[in-house]
Design a protein around this ligand. Structure first.
Ligand code: SAH
Ligand code: F3S
Length: 496
């Protein structure tokens, strides 16, 4: 019998990447084979993001392009999963009646059954968590949580080619309710996962060859779990993971600037595997805007926090998120954001034009009153400023040797290779020889090397820098003895 094929497209955050691995893992176990041909696939699943309207528009356009192939083949299944499914199931069906599967991010363990249902009955199958998010007791929440979470172990890790790195979920949902944000509505209340489960999952991944783990949560630093009547904080969790043999690096995203305890900074300073990197979205440099966003900290408190973090962890790099053109944002308020970016020396920032989301407090109480042209202008100004900052800080890395975990061929090299191949020629040695990896501080490094280095830690000497990328060459030990590899636990922590 011909194997059934599955196409999964992932939009949005790392949480969605992990969710997609989980879905692929389950359907592979049912005999499905992954394909990159969306229109020809037997099952098409779009794992969606609702954070900005633009992301939802993209899903609708994808779904539109599936209308024709779907009407030509009665056995095709088209599904919308993730945040948009949870946020607006009725809207999806109204606009795109050919969608036959809808599944929220908290119900992904039901995917094989839902696909089966659709195949058998040709009726639409729907699974949403709305009932769960209204349930009030912590015990009910955590029971529900466990039934979904057990699945993380059966994920198809590394679908996107990152076989030496893996995501591990430590927390679901969010309780912060920032006035602009839809996440608490799509992913439900904050639930921290039991530490034992997290450690077991990390161990399983290490046994499969994973060397770097990124812990995921909407506000990871507010992680807290109970064990034998005692609280386990995020810093305690980091300490447990740090003691696992075979693991080289631990990262975590995303941190919330409001509850960032010094215990986490101490853990970052003292635990050798915890990387010198923080993603700390600040959103705005204006106290008035932060208040309207209900962020629960001031710009001054944020500046204090990053100052303290850099004292504890001298090599630290920081990334952040900003929203420009939030309701009522004046030129003077935006200037405060500019000033914050000027003084913070972020490694990189993500800048988003405010997008009004249905159901949020901002949508109910405030006007989306900043014209799009102003949002666009502020967006460009902030990115331009950050580009200058990034180039300046990256240039300080030239001449230094940095530890790089090799991911594989660099995308540009792959593109060059594909271009060569479509012309019917062999890929040039140079095009195929560019590798890409990351430093502990999350800097991207491109350098020539053999693909057999993928998944290994190597030392690279930086020779050039752009705003987003360091370029370099494998470092030698300096005595003619070529030993660019780092073995065993990392004792060295050089620069980037
Ligand atoms: N704590 C989460 C935040 C999820 S949303 C995390 O970082 O994983 C990611 C980013 O999207 C936010 O930090 C914010 O900068 C941006 N964002 C969220 N809602 C938005 C909206 N309505 N319009 C524009 N950007 C938004
Ligand atoms: Fe969204 Fe704020 Fe939580 S940005 S994910 S409500 S911390």
């Amino acid at each position: 019998m011909k194997q059934r094929t599955l196409y999964v497209e992932t939009m949005g955050c790392q949480m969605n990447v992990l969710d997609s691995e989980l879905v692929v893992g389950q359907l592979r176990a049912e005999g499905y084979e992954l394909t990159s041909d969306m229109l020809g696939a037997d099952v098409v699943l779009l794992n969606t993001c609702s954070v900005r309207e633009h992301a939802e528009d993209k899903v609708l356009s994808r779904l539109g392009s599936l209308k024709k192939p779907k009407s030509a083949r009665d056995d095709m299944v088209v599904g919308v999963i993730g945040c948009m499914a949870e946020r607006d199931p009725d809207g999806i069906v109204k606009k795109m009646p050919h969608v036959d599967l809808i599944c929220g991010p908290g119900e992904l363990n039901k995917i094989p059954a839902l696909v089966d249902d659709v195949r058998r009955t040709r009726n639409r199958a729907v699974a949403l968590s709305q009932a769960m998010s209204r349930r009030s007791t912590a015990i009910e929440r955590s029971l529900e949580y466990d039934s979904v979470e057990a699945l993380d172990l059966s994920r198809e890790q590394g679908v996107d080619g990152r076989s030496s790195q893996a995501y591990v979920r430590v927390q679901r949902g969010c309780d912060k309710f920032c006035t602009f944000c839809v996440v608490p509505f799509t992913r439900g209340p904050e639930r921290s996962r039991p530490p034992g489960q997290i450690v077991n999952e990390a161990q399983m991944l290490i046994d499969r060859g994973v060397r770097e783990i990124t812990l995921l949560g909407q506000t990871v630093n507010s992680y807290v779990s109970q064990e034998e009547g005692r609280a386990v904080r995020f810093s305690d969790l980091l300490a447990r993971l740090d003691s696992l043999d075979g693991l080289d690096r631990i990262r975590f995203v995303t941190s919330y600037p409001g509850d960032f305890g010094d215990d986490i900074l101490e853990a970052m300073r003292d635990l050798p595997k915890v990387c010198e990197y923080l993603h700390l979205p600040v959103q705005s440099g204006s106290d008035a805007v932060l208040k309207r966003m209900r962020r629960q900290y001031t710009a001054g408190q944020f500046v204090d926090l990053i100052g303290r973090a850099r004292e504890y962890v001298p090599d630290l790099t920081l990334a952040s998120d900003f929203i420009v053109g939030f309701c009522g944002e004046t030129d003077a308020e935006f200037d405060e954001t500019v000033a914050l970016v000027e003084r913070s020396a972020f490694k990189n920032i993500f800048v988003f034009k405010y997008s009004q989301r249905p159901g949020t407090v901002a949508e109910k109480r405030s006007d989306d009153d900043i014209p799009d042209a102003v949002k666009r202008d502020r967006n460009i100004r902030l990115l331009k400023l950050q580009e200058e900052v990034s180039i300046a800080t990256n240039r300080t890395m030239i001449g230094r040797a940095v530890e790089v975990l090799v991911e594989g061929h660099s995308k540009r090299a792959i593109k060059a290779q594909e271009a060569e191949q479509t012309r019917g020629e062999e890929a040039t040695a140079e095009a195929s020889g560019q590798l890409v990896g990351r430093t502990r501080t999350d800097r991207i490094v491109v350098f020539p090397g053999e693909i057999s280095l993928a998944g290994r830690l190597v030392m690279v000497r930086v020779t050039a820098a752009t705003a987003l990328t360091l370029h370099g060459e494998l470092a030698t030990s300096g005595n003619g003895d070529e030993t660019p590899f780092q073995r065993g636990p990392i004792a060295l922590r050089i620069g980037g």
